[in-house]
Design a protein around this ligand. Sequence first.
Ligand code: 13P
Length: 233
Amino acid sequence: MERLVIANWKMNPKSLNLAIVLAGSVKRHLRDTHGVRVVICPPFPYLAAVGRQLKRSGLPLGAQDMSSEEEGAHTGQVAPAMLKALGCAFVILGHPELRRESGETDFMVNGKLRAALKAGLVPVVCVENVAQLMKALKGVSKSSYGKIKVAYEPSWAISTRKGAKPARPNEVRKMVQRLGAIAPSATFLYGGSVSAKNAGVFLKKGMVQGFLVGQASLKPREFAHLVKKTGFG
Ligand code: 13P
């Protein structure tokens, strides 16, 4: 199965110019990586320019969230079709930071997941436990599970949280087994303080097929290292 690394830039870099420079640098550093698909997810205002910069690089573009609505009176929201028009192939949904800071509920994540599948976007749904995955998949046909990427991302493991440390590999293995029992054909990723140093241990025995990466995705050299480890680990 193909390995996958999703770069979640969150609300970085600080300016459009810096985002374009970062995309160019990431593209150059990843030139010689094989066996792994790398998706770049910049903030909404940078999508178009980063997408142009990544053209012909083979690095798909993704968004960090979207609306479950197709159009209409939804101030501040971004519709799935708008993301498609900007060249997005992937969309991160239910990130723990959105659940915490913006009151994103399981019901909302479920609506967004179904909307992403309908629009032909690959959903990367973040969950911290089995209940969240079950709720996210409500009403989704089992035949679509193969299109879904599930990131086990415990909020306490996110590097920018005070006292954060990565989940223990054993913990990840157990949780991914439980999540996998619900949606066996989905692809499973791990997110939370992943670095080039610890990536290899999570890939052992097919525990996960890749990563959702925050901080380390903002440093092109380290990120390329992490990606290489993922490809050949
Ligand atoms: P870190 O890799 O910085 O821990 O962030 C994880 C994350 O939130 C990815 O979406």
